[in-house]
Design a protein around this ligand. Structure first.
Ligand code: BEZ
Ligand code: FE
Length: 292
């Protein structure tokens, strides 16, 4: 093929894909070429704009380290992560809704006993979090693992603070009891900006957008025969619920903080001081076969 023009280049590239050994690679490559070319025909970039686009993607890659994934942040802020989530989690009736994982999950979080204080002594308003986990048939998920992590009262995760906080905190793994219950003590998290000192932050600024996420507590919950649930519980009343920079908020995931006096929580757990109370009952979806 020679003499490629604006009118012929797309078909020429598509024809070159015909022999891809994998039908899936062929289909994905064809869609990529069609949509990329359509984007360029719509935008009609100058050579300088094309070079700036390449430089932006280059900076995005160069910003990635073992602990920072700028491409996922780009996907999150362009709504791509939540779109992939929506495509992959059409809600089977009754299961808890899913949302983005985010960059602050740590594999193998510290194991804690139910009721432990996971704040590591960090300052903030005392909080009790309690709830249950149910299997798809509605029975309690006994011995389910419940990973949780959240920001501190100033909107920072432990992993962002380096040596200021010597140990992992505000994160833990629990196991549900024989009634499928979990509970723990911590501090009330705050809204926070996603990392915005790199190319994604520059993009947000150029787009006239703020970098904030509403306050939330992350959960990743798993049990045998169930799909692992990745979600958050958002705090009602947060100023950023309507404009989460990563589009992760769903109505069913928002809960009001309750006021707990010294005594016993509605879930039957001891509150030794007055504190805030966050309650959420999770329902797991059945495990799915992944085909393709
Ligand atoms: C988070 O909630 O931890 C998060 C999610 C997406 C991007 C940045 C942070
Ligand atoms: Fe978060």
């Amino acid at each position: 093929m020679r003499n490629a023009s604006e009118d012929t280049i797309t078909d020429a590239v598509l024809a070159r894909l015909a022999d891809a050994p994998s039908p899936r690679v062929r289909a994905v490559s064809e869609a990529l070429v069609r949509h990329l070319h359509a984007f360029l025909r719509e935008v009609r970039p100058t050579q300088a704009e094309w070079a700036e686009g390449i430089a932006f993607l280059t900076r995005t890659g160069q910003t990635c380290t073992d602990t920072r994934q700028e491409f996922i942040l780009l996907s999150d802020t362009l709504g791509a992560s939540m779109l992939v989530d929506a495509i992959n989690h059409p809600l089977p009736g009754g299961a808890t809704e899913t949302t983005v994982l985010g960059p602050f999950y740590v594999e193998g979080p510290p194991e804690h006993a139910l009721g432990d204080d996971i704040s590591g002594g960090r300052p903030g308003e005392p909080l009790i979090v309690e709830g249950t986990v149910r299997r798809p048939d509605g029975t309690p998920a006994v011995g389910a693992w419940v990973d949780t992590w959240h920001s501190d009262a100033e909107g920072f995760y432990d992993v962002q603070l380096g040596d200021e906080v010597p140990e992992l905190n505000l994160r833990a793994r629990f196991r549900t009891d024989e009634q499928g219950r979990f509970w723990f003590r911590s501090i009330v998290p705050a809204f926070y900006p996603i990392p915005h000192d790199g190319p994604v932050g520059a993009m947000l600024e150029a787009q006239g957008r703020h970098p904030y996420r509403p306050a939330h507590v992350h959960f990743m919950i798993g049990a045998a025969g169930c799909e692992t649930l990745v979600t958050h519980v958002f705090l009602a009343g947060d100023p950023y619920l309507e404009s989460d920079v990563v589009f992760g908020v769903k109505d069913g995931l928002v809960r009001a903080l309750e006021r707990q006096e010294r005594g016993t929580t509605p879930g039957g757990h001891p509150a030794d001081i007055p504190c805030a109370l966050l309650r959420y009952d999770f329902a797991l979806a059945p495990e799915r076969e992944t085909t393709r």
